[in-house]
Design a protein around this ligand. Structure first.
Ligand SMILES: [Zn+2]
Ligand SMILES: [Zn+2]
Length: 303
């Protein structure tokens, strides 16, 4: 029997994109035009400019071929020690996403993370996909995140949070959700607030370069997240879990409750694991290159 992770189930081009960034339109240091030019020069195909409480459609750089994915980051300051927050990025269609270009959204304060379902409902009700952002940086307890529903993605890497705050361990939140049977996909995002924080974490999406195709692929898990390595295939065949990738020094197989397994070596371009003793209904892989940069497959679900 062959089960192939959805990103690799069809032939296609893997577009490179960032789903989360800031500009001078909110608290970022780079102008929208400079940020767009930077991503385009770095070989990106698409970018969502997700300034706080402001939905953006516009490509501000004249002559740029970078595709702008409409988007926003909606925030809430919560009650509690250390001022926890909940942040949700919404990305959506060019028509009928419930917002107008540049529309400001009113800030709200108070409550706990598990009382923030209305943010997700607001984003989703307007036809957007929802990304739960940087849960470790936000101070979101796993139990609170489990109480939220109907978000499609979670940041397992957030460049700004990792570089400035050392909070880059969001895969635990993700594995808890997967262990609960939730279909949530991992993204790596920059969330850059200045140009030095951009182009370190991205998604590679098996889609055509237009907004509907990219949104459909994100919703279906037809992508992977990366800070460097490339993933070419991830599948299970005849009881073997297989991954093919660019040269890496670690290949790690994960699910929630089994002992994790790791292959180490130099310039490994793939690995195989015997599938055995699985206690949960998904399996996923992470790879790490010689520079310590990671990439994450989406899970293969067994149901
Ligand atoms: Zn945020
Ligand atoms: Zn942000």
């Amino acid at each position: 029997m062959l089960i192939r992770q959805a990103a690799f189930a069809k032939k296609g081009t893997f577009l490179k994109g960032n789903l989360h960034c800031h500009t001078t339109l909110s608290d970022g240091k780079g102008t929208p035009a400079a940020v767009i030019r930077q991503y385009e020069n770095a070989g990106y195909d698409f970018l969502a400019i997700t300034d706080h409480q402001r939905y953006n459609f516009t490509n501000y750089e004249e002559g740029s071929d970078l595709l702008i994915l409409p988007g926003i980051e909606e925030d809430r300051f919560l009650d509690g020690v250390g001022m926890p927050v909940l942040h949700i990025v919404g990305v959506g269609p060019e028509e009928g996403n419930g917002y107008t270009d540049g529309q400001p959204v009113h800030y709200q304060r108070g409550g706990s993370a598990c009382q923030c379902q209305d943010i997700i409902d607001n984003v989703r009700g307007a036809g957007n996909l929802a990304v739960l952002c940087h849960p470790m940086w936000s101070g979101n307890a796993v139990e609170e995140i489990k109480a939220l529903h109907d978000f499609q993605m979670i940041e397992v890497w957030n460049t700004g949070a990792a570089l400035d705050w050392g909070t880059d361990s969001n895969t635990y939140h993700w594995d808890v959700l997967l262990h609960e049977g939730r279909r949530v996909y991992a993204v790596a995002s920059d969330d850059g607030h200045n140009l030095q924080q951009n182009c370190f974490g991205w998604v590679r999406v098996n889609a055509e370069k237009n907004v509907p195709s990219i949104l459909k692929a994100l919703e279906n898990g037809e992508f992977y997240a990366s800070c460097g390595p490339e993933i070419y295939d991830f599948f299970i065949e005849d009881g073997q879990v297989c991954i093919n990738c660019s040269p890496v020094s670690q290949i790690i197989l994960r699910n929630f409750s089994c002992p994790h397994r790791m292959l180490r070596g130099e310039n490994m371009t793939g690995g195989q694991f015997q599938l055995r003793d699985l206690c949960t209904d998904y399996i996923r892989a992470e790879i790490v290159d010689a520079q310590g940069r990671r990439a994450w497959t989406q899970p293969i679900f067994f149901d």
